[in-house]
Ligand binder design. Structure first.
Ligand code: BGP
Length: 491
């Protein structure tokens, strides 16, 4: 046995990181449009104006905005989502190149504020829908299955300014309307959906994940509840409109090792999985796990669910689990042992002497992917879909337009081998494999262009200068062969 027939090989992109055209054709500002460009050492900031007319820029991991803050773009700040990779104008060429590679799926997100510019508009923005019509039709022309993320790290910022986005339950009907619009409009053309990208990161970076301006434990509990209900309603709507729709959740996942064989380290390492597991528990099983209710009670968090809400969660369970995996983290239970290693949405890891790291300091650990899949499979027995995985690296564009990226090929090869073992040895049901940022795009954590993941090079620099010409990297031909042979030829 090897990769199943129809295995969905492909890649993933997100609207705010690739499209640009942030204010074209009636698009409203999204939370992502309010994030400045950063660097590897200087984090991105979120900009807003306080009631007294002062403009503030706060680090995205620490944002705690005062009441009445109005988020937006302001003079003197650089916002990379304005142009990103200019996919809005280049999508035809981009999709043709993906088709040339033989892509079977493209995971893309739709921008809610392109369709409902303020989030709660009466009617959708026809031009926004027309753009996605063109993109989806272009994909279908090449038999590339669209895998659509309903909300990938952006929410219409008007909803943040109105009531704090997911802090307020009034966000739910707005999201429902957006989902219903898409479900009905794209019926028969889109069959695979994901609800919220990396929903568990709402507990770490609430504004980036869902436009939530507060970082308190109560705010996180409230926004989690509202998004979980919205996710369940989205699943229900998509199933009702087209029973053949397959809907997944999407969590940022990883693999957490104890720093030593000490039981305290093991407990601490296991605890790192608590947040993604909590979200998965609700989205896959349809109810809040007892451990979360105990945690809320012990910490004085106000929380309750009506019978109707319980019913919604129960009826809106997902068909598969989508997850991102980039790196593993080593964890200590000893407060004296302090680490500062980073990974995707993980901080304060302890250095792991067995693993190499990327230029951005993320560990490279393909075995960790297999362990992650074993864990998810053991817990949920639902089909798994790694919808994000890849290596962010600096590439050099040679004169003549080639890019030699053996490091990327090696990273992806090893991770595909890990998935192969998960399929062949562990018997795990895996739907496909989508590499992150198959076309170079802006990094979510730093806003840089220099942190590249693609098979397709985009000639633009961190300041947004360049021709935006597309070039095939060496990994392009390699991945084409992988897809052609359904993962048999990885040489
Ligand atoms: C995930 C996000 C993506 C993506 C990726 C890589 O958390 O879902 O949007 O960007 O991480 O992270 P980065 O862009 O910071 O390298």
């Amino acid at each position: 046995m090897s990769f199943p027939e129809g295995f969905l090989w492909g890649g993933a992109i997100a609207a705010n990181q690739i499209e640009g055209a942030y204010n074209e054709d009636g698009k409203g500002l999204s939370s992502a449009d309010c994030m400045t460009r950063g660097t590897n050492t200087c984090p991105r900031q979120i900009t807003y104006m306080t009631k007294d007319g002062q403009v503030h820029a706060d680090m995205f991991v620490r944002l705690q905005a005062p009441e009445g803050a109005v988020f937006g773009q302001f003079e003197g700040y650089d916002y990379p989502s304005r142009k990103a990779s200019d996919f809005y104008h280049d999508y035809k060429e981009d999709i043709a190149m993906l088709a040339e590679m033989g892509f079977r799926t493209l995971r893309l997100s739709l921008s809610w504020s392109r369709i409902y510019p303020n989030g709660d508009d009466e009617k959708p923005n026809e031009k926004g829908i027309a753009f996605y019509d063109a993109v989806i039709d272009e994909l279908l022309k090449y038999h590339i299955e669209p895998l659509v993320t309903l909300s990938h790290y952006e929410t219409p910022v008007a909803l943040t300014n109105k009531w704090g986005s997911w802090l307020d339950e009034r966000n739910i009907p707005c999201f429902e309307k957006y989902v219903r619009t898409l479900a009905e409009h794209f019926k028969g053309r889109i069959h695979y959906w994901l609800t919220f990208n990396e929903i568990n990161t709402s507990q770490l970076i609430p504004f980036m994940e869902g436009g939530v301006p507060l970082n308190t434990p109560q705010a996180k509990a409230d926004s989690a509840k509202h998004q979980l209900i919205a996710s369940a309603k989205a699943v229900k709507i998509l199933h009702e409109v087209d029973p053949s729709n397959k809907v997944g959740n999407m969590i940022a996942y990883g693999c957490w090792y104890p720093n030593t064989p000490s039981p305290a380290d093991m407990l601490a390492a296991r605890a790192r999985g608590d947040v993604p597991h909590f979200f998965c528990d609700v989205q896959v099983r349809g109810y809040y796990p007892e451990s979360k209710l105990i945690e809320y009670r012990n910490n004085g968090i106000r929380f309750s669910l009506t019978e109707e809400e319980k019913q919604i969660l129960k009826e809106g369970t997902v068909d598969f689990i989508g997850f991102s995996y980039y790196s593993s983290t080593t964890v200590s239970g000893d407060p004296k042992v302090i680490g500062n290693e980073r990974g995707n949405m993980s901080y304060n890891g302890i250095a792991n002497p067995y693993l190499k790291k990327s230029e951005w300091g993320w560990t490279i650990d393909p075995d960790g992917l297999r362990i992650a899949m074993q864990e998810l499979w053991a817990r949920y027995q639902k089909p798994l879909f790694p919808v994000e995985n890849g290596l962010g690296a600096k590439d050099v564009l040679e004169t003549g337009g080639s890019v030699h990226d053996p490091y990327r090929v090696e990273y992806i090869r090893q991770h595909i081998l890990a998935i192969k073992d998960a399929v062949e040895i562990d018997g795990i049901d895996v739907m496909g494999y989508a590499t992150w940022g198959c076309i170079d795009l802006i990094s979510v954590s730093t806003g840089e262009m220099a942190k590249r993941y693609g098979f397709i090079y985009v000639d633009a620099d961190d300041e947004g200068n360049g021709t935006y010409r597309r070039c095939r990297k060496d990994s392009f031909a390699w991945f084409k062969k992988v897809i052609e042979t359904n993962g048999e030829d990885l040489s």
